[in-house]
Design a protein around this ligand. Sequence first.
Ligand code: 4AD
Ligand code: MG
Length: 500
Amino acid sequence: MNEDAVLIRDLKAHDGREVSIRGWLHGRRTSGKIAFLLVRDGTGTVQCVVEAANGDAFRVASEIGHESSIGVRGTVRLDERAHGGAELSVTGLEVVQNVADYPIARKEHGVDFLMTHRHLWLRSPRQCAILRIRDTLIRSIQAFFAERGFVRIDTPILSPGAAEGASTLFPVDYFGEKVFLAQTGQLYLEAAAMALGRVYCFGPTFRAEKSKTRRHLTEFWMVEPEVAWAGLPDLMDLAEGLICRLVADVLAGHRADLALLDRDPAPLERIVAPFPRITYTEAVEQLRSPETHERLQAGLEADRQRLAADQARLADLEAQLAAAKKGWQQEKLGREIAALREAVRELGQDLENRPAHIEGARTFAWGNDLGGDEETILTRLHDRPILVSRYPRGVKAFYMKPDPADPRVVLNVDVLAPEGYGEIVGGSQREDSLEALQERMRAEGMDPAPYEWYLDLRRHGTVPHGGFGLGLERTVAWVCGLRHIRETIPFPRLMGRIYP
Ligand code: 4AD
Ligand code: MG
């Protein structure tokens, strides 16, 4: 295999020269005299033109299957119209492995099939676009905190106790002792904040979520900053700044990827500070208000019409498919139909549940936690992320500090992403008084023994402090405009799915 192979991304710099590339066969068109191979190598895709006069190469080009691994030699020709700006006139073709039976055809597949073939599904252009955006988000998170003087702290994954509620703990046998996979790095981060001032952790987090929703993974990545001397307004500013930065970096570097995902960039372009800031109590008022009710009803009506239009279009496409003669037409229509069918199914389901959600909002009682449905409704009332603060104590974690002005609520903030996405950030100022924390733990029936070290932080130089956690996958889903969280992480772990 040619060790001097050029990356497809760099082909444009080699105009007129003969070079080698290595990659996988992504697609092919042939006529009697010419074969067009689409070859991808992870950095790009290029069309390789093989002429019939080119005997052996032409025969091979006509025979090899989808996703065969190949080496191609050829002359680079700049071409404005070509994908990536260049194409290759092939002089030689070497097959590393011919694939006859690639399981993911270019026709339609159900989600279950694709999830079971996730190791191969990753090669699709959509999945590659999502993974590139995820990578940018990770780097942009790290840059954001590094630029503000935060020190990265790697918190443990094996931990002796719960921090976010006992019901979602994954137990692990630790030499005969029962310990758990970390639900958060926060408690350890609080210790580090007392040492270094501004710190953050960024790693995998585990929650035994026993519900199948489009927002929950059992293993997800969370970035958590923790800041000494910070109050709730400081945390809100920090979260707002982080989110603006993440969206700006994706817009700056991933226009083509967003287009490939059919993600309209306009809603992302509106993500600039300041974000609306409301309290939980105001959020409840918004949910219950007659204006909201009217808007929701109007939205329901509009979506019913959209569903009818989509169904008509689906019937039309199906008729076109029945009449289509050419293989490539059938493939193209098949893909379109599969996507539309999925959209129609999801919208139909959504519309079935919607009247109950609308009624739930109208009668929402102060004191209940905002669930996914309420979050979706709230975010549809604003075109930017909203910062919702001061939730009732009873629905939030033991470590949150009550609001001195109204001890029924805590000094917390959740950030709800727009377009129905809902919570991407959860955070709070922490209880910094030893007595108040002990009292709260007693009230919750918590055994203080595993938390003695955490209580120590309130004995030896306690200061006001706080932080938050931003879920990477929920952020990827929102930025990429994905309906479901399962495509936001290379190998998703969900209830009922651990393969591959
Ligand atoms: O609101 P959560 O549970 O907050 C904490 O864990 C705090 N200890 C964070 C802190 O203050 N340092 O989770 C924070 C974020 C959520 O807003 C959401 O984005 C994400 O983590 N998240 C999940 N993402 C995917 N699947 C799940 N099951 C998630 N649970 C939480
Ligand atoms: Mg939360």
